[in-house]
Design a protein around this ligand. Sequence first.
Ligand SMILES: Nc1ncnc2c1ncn2[C@@H]1O[C@H](COP(=O)(O)OP(=O)(O)OP(=O)(O)O)[C@@H](O)[C@H]1O
Length: 270
Amino acid sequence: MIEFDQVTKSYTQRGARPGGPVHALHEVSLSVGESEIFGVVGESGSGKSTLLRMVNALELPSSGAITVNGVNLAALRPRDRRAQRRRIGMIFQQFNLLANKTVLANVALPLNLHQRLGGLAERGLGSRERPGADAPSADRAREMLDFVNMGAQASKHPAQLSGGEKQRVAIARALVNEPDILLCDEPTSSLDSQHTDEVMATLLRVRAEMGTSILLVSHELDVIRGACDRSAILESGRLTGIAEIARLQARESFESYSERARKYLEGDQE
Ligand SMILES: Nc1ncnc2c1ncn2[C@@H]1O[C@H](COP(=O)(O)OP(=O)(O)OP(=O)(O)O)[C@@H](O)[C@H]1O
């Protein structure tokens, strides 16, 4: 599904005393399977975000090749690259929701954009000219909000939500176009443990019910261990290994916070 073949990404150092190229990634080869949850761990600056951004062609390799669903990203024309990108969802540490839009409008946004750029363009119509153009988007957005248990908060604005709720809305938005890959860049790094568990339980459900492949960058080893099947370990842009993570543990780790708290406080913890 996602293949990195000897991928190197170099940047030219800028600044007062420019030096040689920085290898953000150096000859990285890995593959991520269908419906797999694949982690990426490493210290700050090890190349995690670069790797993630390369999957949706926000960055292209300096050498080597990346194929997604059999398509070599570097060979795509810019327009096809944008189309390919719409088939990949992404969530971020800071949620990136639009503050002046309701939860529902945030989730519907990619659908409306997709319609404007796609089918409507072909017919030479803007969505304002088409009666009821937004209605199917609203239905689909509501469906996704229900999926992340945020249906009751559809008319709120992001500022009225907790961090965990914002991230679940961001997940709904990332999945509204039914992508087969979801990229997660430090999705729980600004959340407390209760909200981390809610978000991770949601991601496990996304994989179980939608079959989405998930690439999860995190510096939180517990999060990786609790959710991923395997994880790449990066050090200074090099892949130092791919850890196999026991599946049994993964299923047990994201019980509800209260369940874990009760077990822990009552001493029922391994
Ligand atoms: N656009 C850029 N221009 C120049 N150097 C860059 C650029 N993007 C990343 N780098 C460099 O590439 C290396 C890897 O960066 P990257 O952001 O991928 O690491 P990371 O593991 O995600 O770090 P963090 O955990 O701090 O976000 C770093 O040395 C970084 O400074």
